[in-house]
Design a protein. Structure first.
Length: 341
């Protein structure tokens, strides 16, 4: 078992810098497209043999050092009681967005074994097959709240911020319910065999630092604290984190995932020696020439050196249009230039 990724998460010495890619299983890969041509996205997530199959594809094809469970952050929201659909062009749609007390009261804190057994079964299959560590994941409470309140993706997050400012008591009750769900869901993933867990806070960056610190951060910090009782690394990915690093620094996770808008040297300096860092190549650099991709990999490797540990990754998910050869170029460059001997 290649444990380089887990060692880097804990800040232990490694022979080389490990690497994986957010959204590494997906449409940019023809092997994924072949599976997806036969089933819709939600069926893929809910069929353990297929979900395991696409989880494994990038491990062989790219040669990455970690696998991430194939699923979606909105699977847990559906289990809380919201009808979920994915439309090819429009992205996710959650029926009956939650904007009232009755709506919040109706949401369940689901038992994972009862309502999402396919996630746990996928994990069990993967642990039998994988030779690299398996990462489980969940949306962070705030990011899940935006989908629950907006009913899908959003531009200005009007309804979410309106609830936050106009009805803070209700907003807090909702955040508490989501946080309890996140803790239960990730605890179940760990019990089933996930060897690290990542919280995706994809929409953290639309908040003022004031609201992030006062209203959002206490919930994610509570979730991280609850998960720390298990012996697996917790990764907190904060998209658009530049303005939030002073707060994020207090989160207590093992690894902070950094988006591409921040210089890695600055992130390393700000976050100090308590955290390993994950990131942070702009996914669009994968559209540049091979030599340029390699230069940018070297730059990030160098800038992350002062950190306690570094897991190379993109600064956000890989785009469906990305050439697979560019992803392979990136992984090979990390392995070549990230040697620690
Ligand atoms: O990283 C991986 O390889 C694991 C799988 C994974 C998916 N979604 C698969 C997926 C993970 C970790 C996610 C997380 C996720 N889902 C996030 C947080 C991460 C981020 O990118 O910020 C969010 C916000 C979602 C919600 C979501 N799922 C949206 C908005 C969309 C539609 C956008 C799009 O790209 O079409 C999805 C769909 C989705 N999730 C796909 C995949 C492979 C595409 C589905 C398809 O095959 O058509």
């Amino acid at each position: 078992m290649n444990d380089t990724f887990l060692r880097a998460c804990r800040g232990e010495k490694t022979d080389y810098t490990p690497v994986w890619l957010m959204r590494q299983a997906g449409r940019y890969m023809k092997e994924y497209q072949e599976v997806r041509a036969k089933v819709d996205f939600l069926t893929l997530c809910k069929t353990p043999e297929l979900a395991a199959k696409v989880t494994l594809q990038p491990i062989d094809i790219l040669g990455v050092d970690a696998a991430i469970l194939f699923s979606d952050i909105l699977i847990a929201v559906e289990a809380m009681g919201m009808p979920l659909e994915f439309h090819d062009k429009k992205g996710p749609i959650l029926g009956d967005p939650v904007r009232t007390k009755a709506g919040v009261d109706r949401l369940a804190i689901p038992d994972t074994e009862d309502s999402m057994p396919f996630v746990l079964e996928t994990i069990r299959i993967l642990r039998r097959e994988l030779t690299v560590p398996l990462i489980g994941f969940s949306g962070a409470p705030w990011t899940l709240a935006t989908y629950i309140i907006e009913g899908g993706s959003s531009k200005n997050f009007l309804h979410t911020k309106k609830m936050m400012y106009q009805n803070p008591g209700l907003f807090t009750a909702l955040m508490e319910k989501i946080t309890a769900t996140v803790i239960e869901y990730l605890s179940a993933q760990i019990a089933a065999g996930a060897q690290a867990v990542q919280l995706f806070d994809s929409w953290a960056g639309i908040l003022t630092p004031y609201d992030y610190e006062k209203t959002i951060f206490p919930h994610v910090k509570a979730a991280i604290k609850a998960l720390k009782k298990y012996d697996v690394p917790v990764i907190y990915f904060v998209n658009d984190c530049a303005g939030l690093l002073d707060v994020v620094k207090k989160c207590g996770a093992d690894v902070i995932g950094i988006d591409w808008r921040v210089d890695m040297a600055r992130a390393a300096k700000k976050l100090g020696k308590k955290y390993s860092l994950q990131g942070n190549l702009d996914p669009l650099v994968l559209f540049a020439a091979k030599e340029h991709i390699e230069d940018r990999v070297k730059d990030i490797l160098f800038k992350a050196e002062p950190a306690r540990g570094h897991i190379f990754n993109l600064g956000h998910g890989i785009l469906p249009e990305t050439p697979v050869e560019s992803a392979i170029t990136m992984v090979e460059a990390v392995h070549r230039y990230g040697r620690n001997d």
